[in-house]
Design a protein around this ligand. Structure first.
Ligand code: SF4
Length: 235
């Protein structure tokens, strides 16, 4: 499993895939990211320290993902991330979090702010069409107002390429994301073992009608495959 990578274009940063105790929610209909987790905190810490040791601080920005939310990482790993930020002079660290744990974000921001590191929090909101998000994706975000969601989060992830999404719905999601969030990360659904599977027709619509409009936007990352950031998958 590749756990360290460097993103050189658009908001250049180093990125780590760390291991935690796993997503507690586990209900999203499109997700099968549950393999990369363990309740063995000592093993997780060893894996995470090994990944953190590869950080160089080249861009002073670090992104941490963990197949779940930051609060599913053990406290020693959070401390190790903090120490790495100090040692490598990282000024901004990006984490991910489900909406369910939004009340835990302030404490993390304050903890890192004490050592001069700004936290940017990303939410996998997937779409701003709340009916589709809750009835089809089963995402578990009751809040329907993007302004309220953005009170807690700086960045959002969108998920495209699913049945019944349209050119209009995808464009609308991106425009809302750009309006209320600093950055938008578009993920294109790929086949996996989850119940909700991609639509090739929608993926083609995205590539033909949406991708050309936004591909060069510096505030948008587009992952055509979920290993495009260089972490995950196998070496
Ligand atoms: S998408 Fe995220 S919150 Fe949903 S089940 Fe997967 S890891 Fe959990």
């Amino acid at each position: 499993m590749e756990r360290y990578s460097v993103i050189t274009e658009k908001n250049p940063r180093e990125i780590l895939l760390l291991r935690g105790k796993g997503c507690r929610y586990r209900r999203c209909a499109f997700c099968d990211y549950h393999e990369d987790s363990s309740c063995n905190t000592q093993e997780n810490l060893a894996i995470n320290k090994n990944a953190l040791n590869q950080v160089k601080g080249t861009y002073k920005r670090l992104e941490v993902v963990n197949s779940g939310s930051f609060c599913e990482l053990d406290s020693e790993t959070i401390e190790a991330i903090l120490q790495t930020c100090i040692e490598k002079k990282i000024t901004t660290v990006h984490f991910e979090c489900h909406y369910l744990y939004r009340k835990q974000i302030t404490a993390l921001r304050e903890k890192f702010a004490k050592v001069g590191v700004e936290v940017k929090m990303k939410i996998g909101v997937e779409t701003f069409d709340s009916a589709y998000r809750e009835q089809t994706m089963l995402k578990g975000i009751k809040e329907t107002d993007p302004t309220k969601i953005s009170e807690y989060f700086d960045e959002c992830c969108l998920l495209f390429g699913l049945p019944n999404q349209t050119s209009e719905s995808m464009k609308n999601d991106i425009e809302i994301g750009l309006k209320y969030f600093e950055r938008v990360c578009v993920n294109i659904m790929v086949e996996n073992t989850a119940p909700l599977q991609p639509s090739n027709e929608v993926r083609e619509i995205f590539m033909k009608e949406i991708y050309p409009i936004y591909k060069d936007n510096p505030r948008i990352d587009i992952l055509l495959h979920n290993t495009d950031f260089g972490v995950g998958g196998t070496k």
